[in-house]
Every structure is written in C-alpha cells, then in structure tokens.
Design a protein around this ligand. Structure first.
Ligand code: YXS
Length: 262
C-alpha cells in the first residue's frame, strides 16, 4: 500500500481504511491533507476496495477542525470555489465507486461536517459533536454545501446549524438524520467494520451503480442562471467584506470577533 505523510491506508477483506493522521493541525483540511486523501482514494480505487472507512486515530479529541483557516484566502477571493481543495475532496468522496463510511469520534468542525455528510454512511460515537461554523468566522459557505445539508437534515435543521454555528450532539445529529448510527466509543470500531463487512457481501457492480444513481438524483436541484448569479453576487459581497477578514483575524488572535455587518 502507498505510504503517505498525513493519512494511513489499509486494505483487508476488500475493506479499505483511510486514517486521518494530521494531529499537529487537528486534522484540519488544508491542501496537503486533501492531496494525501485524494491519493489514498485513488490507491483504494485501483485496489478495487468494495467499501472504505474514513476515520481518525483512535481516541482523538478532535476528528477534524474543518478547513485549515490559515489557508483561507485573505478576502476578495471565493474561499470555497469549485477548484478549491475542500470542494475537490468532497467530490472525490461522492464520486468514489464504492460506499464510503465516515467513522467519527471526537468533535467535528466546519467543512469537516460537510466531509462527513458527503460520505455514504455516517457512524459516530456517543460523545461526538458537529458544528458548521462559517457564520462564526464570517464566511458565506457555498451553494453545493448548503444543498448537502438541506438534503441530509432538511431546511429547518440546516438553517439552525448554519445560523447558530453551535455544536450539535450525536443524539441530535441522529434525530436530524445526519448520522446513521450512534454507538458507544468503545464499540465504534467493531460496529463500523461489521457494517462495512455486510457491504462487501453484496455485488460490487450493483453497489457501484446504486451509488452513482444516488449521486445524480441527490444533485438534482436546477438553478436558473439568474438565481446562480444572485447567489454568487451575495457570496462575493461577503468574502469581500470587512467582517470576512475580521472573522479570520479574530480566530488567529484567539479573541471573539467584532462583526459590524459590513
Ligand atoms: O495556536 P496554535 O498555533 O497552537 O494553533 C491552534 C489553532 O489555531 C489550530 N487550529 C487550526 N488551525 C487551522 N485551521 C483550523 N480549522 C484550526 N483549528 C485549530 O490548532 C491549534 C490548537 O487549537 P486550539 O488551541 O484552539 O485547541 P482546542 O483543543 O482548545 O480547541 C479545538 C477546537 C477545534 C475546538 C478549536 O481549535 C476551534 O474551534 N477550531 C476552529 C474550528 C472551526 O471553526 N473550524 C472551521 C474552519 S473554516 C471551515 O471549515 C469552512 C471554510 S466553513 O467555516 O465555511 O465551514
């Protein structure tokens, strides 16, 4: 198996495992980690893995701290454009030709929540929390990310999560259909690999065709060109704003942001 710096890869009984191993930065999702994750998915696709478990090291406090804030552009540029690293990673997960199971323990922040729900099945420990935090940092997120959340938790819960940016508990995530299962942390690994094992008992080509159909059907919202331009215009206002720079600066200076609404 390929050896990479920021992730570990394993393949046993047709079950691939990708372990986030960027502890020094709380598995925050920057260019280098995304490149390693995409390389790991490429490796497991070549090895014809029939299912992939995406996890962090056992016992982590933070599963992932979300987008690497130090790599966010300093305003005047879309922070989450189609070709930016987080978006490339989310599409790689969604286009991987076999189910990807997110096995979550510890806390999950920002774009890492989008990474979890871009996986096909989400299994988390009972002490896991999820917080989608663009509003806390002054960011506008993006339309494809909002569609992910609307599809998974529904518009009301998605709005609450984005407007409050507060961490939601595993039970709440289960009730909102954001996760498939909540299990005790000590049972998480065995439970997850039992589910993964049942996937490998089924016909790989059928499972691959099912995943592709889900991918197309879930992405079915049509936007008029005017609506799209309206969305892009509003997002540009935000990432060109003083508040966008203030949110990131406040995080760097470890202080509460002082938003002015401009
Ligand atoms: O001060 P040092 O150098 O030790 O670094 C600190 C943090 O700055 C750093 N760190 C991060 N660096 C880059 N990107 C991050 N997302 C990030 N998170 C943390 O890691 C070192 C230890 O952090 P510290 O001291 O805060 O640890 P802690 O255990 O007290 O708190 C852990 C967290 C995760 C609760 C805390 O670090 C935190 O709230 N991090 C930010 C979580 C967050 O809001 N992530 C969203 C990133 S933006 C994103 O995902 C999307 C673009 S969006 O916002 O649109 O969803």
């Amino acid at each position: 198996m390929l050896v990479l710096e920021l992730v570990e890869i394993k393949l046993e009984d047709n079950i691939g495992t990708i372990t986030l191993n960027h502890q020094g930065k709380l598995n925050s999702i920057g260019e280098a980690l995304v490149n390693d994750l995409i390389a790991a998915f490429d490796e497991l696709e070549s090895a014809q893995a029939q299912v992939v478990v995406l996890r962090a090291k056992p016992g982590v406090k933070v599963w992932s701290a979300g987008h690497d804030i130090s790599e966010l552009p300093d305003g005047r540029r879309d922070p989450l454009g189609y070709h930016d690293s987080l978006e490339k990673l989310l599409r790689r997960v969604q286009d991987f030709p076999a189910p990807v199971i997110a096995m979550i323990e510890g806390t999950v922040w920002g774009g890492a929540c989008d990474l979890c729900i871009s996986c096909d099945i989400v299994i988390c420990a009972d002490d896991t929390t999820f917080a989608i935090t663009p509003a806390k940092l002054g960011l506008p997120y993006n339309a494809s990310g909002l569609v992910h959340f609307i599809n998974v938790v529904g518009p009301q819960k998605a709005k609450e999560m984005f407007f409050t940016a507060r961490p939601i508990l595993s039970r709440e995530a289960l009730n909102s259909r954001m996760v498939n299962h909540v299990v005790k942390r000590e049972e998480l690994e065995a439970f997850t690999y039992r589910i993964a094992g049942t996937v490998t008992e089924n016909a790989p080509l059928a499972v691959r065709a099912l995943k592709r159909q889900f991918r197309h059907l879930l992405g079915g919202q049509m936007l008029s060109s005017e609506t799209f331009e309206d969305i892009q215009g509003m997002r540009r206002e935000v990432y060109d704003s003083r508040d966008y720079r203030e949110g990131i600066q406040a995080f760097r200076e470890k202080r509460k942001p002082d938003f002015k609404g401009r």
